[in-house]
Design a protein around this ligand. Structure first.
Ligand code: HEC
Length: 349
């Protein structure tokens, strides 16, 4: 008698006719459709897809995540345990364990850097809710290479009110707004260790003094920012993300330490639906010469997936200064994130 939880046998019975016994896809002359089949042995592709996403596609068919309807729905044929055992078999096709699994790709928080290496475009906008007017935008491009590495470049630009009011008689006016470039950042990140629940990475960013300091759009100094980042899955849908590092001026005495913690949980609406991830972040930073005067912020936020493929996301939050709130502004923050490896920006809606 066939073991009901023999993933290989179930895969052979239900999936191999199209996906091939080796996971590379059946030869074109053996199938009656033109849609390309994914190569399940390709670690770069397979490792980043979490089991729950693949189970949903297998249960409800390709269209549930914006894929072809040639990929059938198996919800009637297999129960959850059987689908899980099929996934466990599919996972044997990628034999290189150095690729961190997609389960560890936790929802991206505002400000706090993730431990997971990503292929993303992120557009963030921050608007001061009080104090001097400022609208800061950042366009961020991240690209993975190899199993564990990622490079990134961030281009900030914005509009801000000049901090010093003009000389008497000239009065501050709408004319005091100016546009400018911020400090361009180039970064590298590497996942050092990971298992199915934890990922720990090292990264470093270089901040170029391209910003318009007079407009508050940069520090005007070359800075290096080494950091450590941790992602931890807690009880299935919950997560904790930590980041800590230092920001060191290359030519000056400035040395700052920062630490950030994000707690969150993902909820899905409907069995196959949208993912909502409320998060709360605590941010701290201090001058290394005088750590007694640390600055603290709280950032409540909500990330939501926008499309069926779930690779375009929105996050809305507010950065509330807990210290020096008389001189530091409350900031409204929004980002749009496109995980470009999963498809075009307009695919899978
Ligand atoms: C009739 C052919 C066919 C059968 C049978 C089939 N698939 Fe598929 N499957 C496809 C095609 C075609 C795609 C690609 C869809 C696309 O990219 O738009 C696909 C895609 C997938 C994906 C999505 C991968 C991604 O891009 O994230 C998963 C997961 C998957 N199949 C799992 C299975 C499993 C598990 C079984 C067996 C229980 C199975 N398939 C049986 C044709 C099939």
């Amino acid at each position: 008698m066939q073991d009901a939880l023999d993933g290989r046998a179930l895969y052979e019975a239900g999936c191999a006719s199209c996906h091939g016994s080796d996971g590379r896809g059946a030869p074109p002359d053996r199938i009656a459709f033109d849609d390309p089949l994914p190569d399940l042995t390709d670690c770069s592709f397979a490792s980043r897809e979490p089991d729950p996403d693949w189970i949903i596609v297998s249960k409800a068919g390709g269209p549930v995540r914006g894929f072809s309807d040639v990929m059938p729905a198996f919800g009637e044929a297999f129960d959850d345990d059987q689908l899980q055992s099929i996934m466990d078999h599919i996972r044997t096709f990628c034999t290189d364990r150095s690729w961190p699994r997609g389960e560890l790709n936790l929802p991206r928080a505002l400000i706090t850097e993730k431990a997971y290496p990503e292929d993303e475009w992120v557009w963030t906008t921050g608007v001061n809710a009080d104090g001097p007017g400022a609208v800061i935008n950042e366009l961020l491009y991240e690209k993975r290479f190899g199993a564990r590495n990622q490079i990134e470049i961030a281009l900030p630009f914005g509009f801000a009110q000049t901090r010093e009011p003009r000389a008497a008689g000239n009065g501050a006016s709408a004319a005091d707004w100016g546009a400018g470039l911020g400090d361009i950042e180039i970064g590298y990140k590497r996942a050092l260790v990971h298992n199915l629940e934890t990922i720990f990475s090292f990264g470093t960013e270089v901040k170029l003094p391209t910003g318009d300091e007079a407009r508050g759009l940069g520090d005007g100094e070359l800075k290096v920012e080494p950091f450590l980042a941790l992602g931890q899955i807690v009880g299935g849908d919950g997560f904790l993300q930590l980041q800590a590092g230092t920001e060191l001026a290359v030519d000056g005495p400035e040395r700052e330490a920062f630490w950030r913690a994000v707690f969150g949980r993902t909820f899905t609406s409907g069995e196959f639906g949208r993912a909502w991830s409320p998060m709360i972040a605590v941010l701290g930073s201090a001058d290394l010469e005088d750590t007694s005067r640390a600055e603290w912020d709280l950032v409540p936020q909500m990330q939501v997936t926008l499309n069926t493929r779930q690779h375009v996301m929105l996050n809305v939050g507010v950065r509330l200064p807990l210290t020096d709130s008389d001189v530091r502004s409350t900031q409204l923050l929004v980002y749009i994130l496109w995980d470009w490896f999963d498809g075009g920006l307009f695919d899978g809606w």
